[in-house]
Design a protein around this ligand. Structure first.
Ligand code: AMP
Ligand code: GLY
Length: 426
């Protein structure tokens, strides 16, 4: 089979790496891809949201399955266009992906179908929104309704900060249309996890949990990023709790979407807050997480293609997924200055050596913001690489991942030293 993977991050490289191991895969295309995906197949110079060009490329290269990585193309209706043209695709339609691109819609679904979530409401009127903030004893969380490049959520420390966030989104329009509507919700305490299930429109197949690190610096300090490290499984979720999340969150959400006439085919990703053994949904996404994918695919023993095809065909009832019982850790190597401004084009050294060290331990260097230039691999984004490794324990996975990190260098490289540390128990 010929596959076309949409996206250019380390998540997409990880998907390409895993799919390349399938006996049934003959070639992999990536649009637009990076230096890592180029080594596994062919990169096409097409933007991930250029729906018409992707549909055209899928026909021209006789692609058997298109696999969509990021949320942008889903919200842009890529899946709808491909389906209309008879191209098999893994990912939800624009209508189903509203679970991710509209926080107001997601909240409505959770409330209507009894899925555990924070108390909250949607607002389009600034004054009513301000009045609602005053009904909370602790300043509530303010969320732009639409996609805002991961920057649309404010967790304020005071009423004044909450009001400022509302004013920025609703009056000044700092997020454009995405922030004219907001969701205001109760601030929850606890520890966060990302849980993933493959959904065929009616059923949710297994629930696999991971944790990601959002803050740029060790000890959860510094600015918020798109995700700077990850590990799986989370130490605070046992098997029964993960199963419980499947039963109280994942399956009800898939059934709800089917009942709403917007069947969800693809990945359901719930960001949950866990407190005193109970999981509450913070948000839904309709895709795999980055950098969570770089650790969960290391733990997947089954053929990913079988799973994606079952989803695309609309029946996962005969599919099972086997997971490695150990642990995995992913350390993101970022450009100096990220998530603020940074320079690119720096030569990356030590990739082969790191690859060798990791290979012995079932690990991989996944490329994110990289490209080939002048016969070298150079930096081309904020999150440059994810160095991922497996181990029998979290401590072992950590040691191996950081051994790989130690071989790699580029100018102004920055990374956290504490990924997986709390789960390793030391
Ligand atoms: P989201 O994009 O909805 O996941 O929000 C981004 C981050 O904001 C989450 O990862 C949480 O750390 C935080 N957050 C979102 N909603 C809440 C909430 N209700 N209570 C506390 N923190 C939240
Ligand atoms: N890891 C966060 C995300 O993929 O949205």
């Amino acid at each position: 089979m010929k596959l076309l993977i949409i996206g250019s991050g380390a998540r997409e490289h990880a998907m390409a790496w895993k799919l390349a191991q399938s006996r049934r895969v003959s070639s992999i295309f990536c649009a637009p891809g990076n230096a890592g995906t180029a080594a596994l197949g062919t990169n096409l110079p097409i933007a991930a949201t250029d729906v018409a060009a992707i549909a055209d490329a899928a026909r021209r290269h006789r692609i058997d399955l298109v696999v969509v990585g990021p949320e942008g193309p889903l919200a842009a209706g890529l899946v709808d266009v491909l389906q209309a043209q008879g191209v098999p695709v893994f990912g939800p339609t624009r209508a189903a992906a509203a679970l991710e691109w509209s926080k107001a819609f997601a909240k409505e679904i959770m409330v209507r179908y009894g899925i555990p979530c924070a108390r909250g409401e949607r607002f389009t009127d600034f004054r009513l929104a301000c009045a609602y903030v005053d009904t909370f004893s602790v300043a509530p969380v303010i969320k732009a309704d639409g996609l805002a490049q991961g920057k649309g959520v404010t967790v304020p420390e005071s009423r004044a900060e909450a009001m400022a966030a509302l004013e920025a989104a609703m009056v000044r329009g700092v997020f454009g249309e995405a922030g004219r509507t907001v969701v205001i919700e109760e601030r929850l305490e606890g520890v966060e996890a990302s849980v993933f299930a493959f959904c065929d429109g009616e059923r949710a197949l297994t629930t696999i949990p991971a944790c990601d690190y959002k803050r740029a610096l060790d000890g959860d300090l510094g600015p918020n990023t798109g995700g700077i490290g990850s590990y799986s499984p989370p130490e605070f979720l046992d098997e029964a709790m993960v199963r419980g999340i499947g039963e109280t969150v994942m399956t009800p959400a898939v059934r709800a979407m089917a009942r709403e006439g917007k069947p969800l085919k693809g990945v359901l990703y719930a960001g949950v807050m866990v407190h005193q053994g109970k999981a509450t949904v913070l948000e839904f996404n309709c895709r795999l997480g980055d950098p969570e994918t770089q650790v969960i695919l290391l733990r997947m023993r089954s053929d990913l293609l079988d799973v994606l095809l079952a989803v695309a065909m609309g029946d996962v009832s005969q599919t099972t997924i086997e997971w490695d019982g150990g642990a995995s850790v992913g350390v993101v190597l970022a450009s100096g200055g990220y998530p603020g401004s940074y320079k690119t084009g720096y030569v990356i050294s030590g990739l082969d050596e790191a690859g060798k060290v990791l290979d012995e331990a079932g690990g991989v260097v996944f490329h994110g913001g990289t490209k080939r230039a002048g016969g070298e691999t150079v930096t081309d984004g904020g999150r440059v690489l994810t160095v991922s490794a497996r181990g029998a324990t979290m401590a072992e996975a950590r040691e191996r991942a950081y051994a790989g990190v130690g071989r790699i260098a580029f100018k102004d490289m920055q990374y956290r030293k504490d990924i997986g540390l709390r789960a390793a128990g030391r």
